[in-house]
Design a protein around this ligand. Sequence first.
Ligand SMILES: NCc1[nH]cc(CCC(=O)O)c1CC(=O)O
Length: 309
Amino acid sequence: MQSPLLRIGTRGSPLALAQAHEVRDRLTAAHGLADGAIDIVVISTSGDRILDRPLSEVGGKGLFTKEIEEALIAGSIDLAVHSSKDMPTELPDGLVLDHFLPREDVRDVFISPRAERLADLPAGAIVGTASLRRQALLRRLRPDLEVVTYRGNVQSRLRKLGEGVVDATLLALAGLNRLGMAEVATEILDAESFPPAVGQGAIGIETRAGDTRVGDVLAAIHHGETAVCLAAERAFLAALDGSCRTPIAGLAQVDAAGTLSIRGMILKVDGATVHEDRLTGGTADAVRLGDELGRRLKSRGGADFFVAP
Ligand SMILES: NCc1[nH]cc(CCC(=O)O)c1CC(=O)O
């Protein structure tokens, strides 16, 4: 049997697999490849194995990528497919995250059997989410709700919701769309009042720096506008030096005239303190704009903002 042209590394969750399949299917179509030309290699990560503690306590985002990045460096896979949102801004030496698929919907959704809209939940209702950004935004909009930490993959969170462990939860619409499950959404939250995480909705492809063979193959499915927005957002995040303990929202968009705008927000976990700002400029300045916005919010937040919740 012929060896595969490419090996894609991915986590094994249903969402991760759907994303890896999407990359494989787009590459197969773009290059007219035979079935079996691209292998999908499922890799279990520390983040998948530690399920009992909030990730911000265990060590954060890198936990979902470590073993996959080791495989990439070792050459047992050629590319790794990730949710950009889950990617640290610092990558191991020799790896780059610079190919992206066209971005999915960036918005969060509210899911509840108890109310049609977040605004209609009764006071005291319990909302479960592990995301500090969602916790802080929820407390800001609805200080009368009880917000609890609630982890697990999309399927297990929905199961717990069905069992009545919580009254409502929030998820990214992008993930539901990719899983073909958008119908579980009760209300789509608008990005203005409920801004997404940096990278939300964007599938990113990590490769070895300078790997022109893989880069040439990926060029056919790469989406430049998404890459520009992600460059701005990730520069914003890097400038904030965002630990997993700081709620941060950030969204860059390119309008029809080709102007890039980036909006960023930092919050205290209790939702009571919020700093936000927005910058616009040319797409060639994406990194500079993101960096500038991050520095501004960092200085506005002051020294203690990033320490205690
Ligand atoms: N942290 C888990 C995660 N990482 C990416 C997505 C959704 C897909 C995306 O944002 O691209 C999710 C689940 C969620 O937040 O609902």
